[in-house]
Ligand binder design. Structure first.
Ligand code: GTP
Ligand code: MG
Length: 217
């Protein structure tokens, strides 16, 4: 009887677990964001920016909310490491793509990589948030400017693809872009970080993927 009640109690109080991957170019601020999330939500604070170096592989962090556990996977963004991202696509419940809104020179590289993320069939129906980081910098593009820059880049890409070969999956991408959510944050000072985590929390609840299925499970 005790075991039956214990099992029932565990079943009723069990929190759903969701996996969120954080991807984007090297230097976009993914690890700084993950560590800020840890500081904002956990008793043990995350690393301060001066202790963070480039990520070779992955970092993880867990946030426990009243009914849900969010497990974050921050994946290295250097060119040679990006080819591991797809291994996480099958089992993630949401994707946060971080763009450095301050680094205008690398925006188109960021969009090229973002575009390949959007075209991955495994995450076609997975919630995806575009995060325009470094909003604390006076040189950073605003959320509206970032969205516009991506739309302009995409338009140019479609036009040049029309002139040469076909642009694979264009219709899917167009739908995704139309409904794309973009949020501005500063991973350094924490502005907007809770709003982004709230977005992910709400969207994973409605995700069609099984919460018990996740990365590393
Ligand atoms: N001004 C400003 N700088 C930031 C912010 N977030 C990160 N940075 C800086 O950007 C640089 C790169 O940050 P990381 O968090 O290591 O970037 P990353 O995306 O994890 O890079 P990889 O691990 O190489 O993929 C560091 O110098 C950070 O201090 C921010 O919100 N504002
Ligand atoms: Mg990193």
């Amino acid at each position: 009887m005790y075991h039956l009640l214990k099992g029932l109690h565990e079943h009723l109080t069990r929190k759903e677990e969701f996996s969120v991957i954080i991807i984007g170019l090297d230097g976009a601020g993914k690890t700084t964001l993950l560590e800020k999330i840890k500081t904002l939500y956990n008793e043990t604070p995350g690393l301060t920016p001066d202790k963070i170096g480039p990520t070779v592989g992955q970092n993880t962090g867990t946030v426990t909310l009243p009914s849900t556990i969010l497990q974050f996977w921050d994946l290295g963004g250097q060119r040679g490491i990006r080819n591991i991202w797809h291994k996480y696509y099958d089992d993630c419940h949401a994707v946060a793509y971080v763009i450095d809104a301050e680094d205008r020179e690398r925006l188109s590289e960021g969009w090229e990589v973002f575009d390949s993320v959007l075209s991955a069939p495994q995450i076609l129906n997975v919630p995806l948030l575009l995060i325009a980081n470094k909003q604390d910098s006076p040189n950073a593009l605003s959320v509206e400017e970032i969205r516009q820059d991506y739309e302009d880049w995409h338009q140019r890409k479609v036009e040049s693809a029309r002139r040469s070969a076909r642009y694979e999956g264009e219709a899917d991408r167009r739908d995704r872009i139309a409904s794309l959510d973009v949020m501005g944050i500063s991973a350094i000072d924490g502005t907007g970080v809770k709003a982004a985590v709230d977005w992910l929390f709400i969207r994973v609840q409605n995700s069609r993927r099984d919460p018990q299925k996740g990365i590393g499970r």
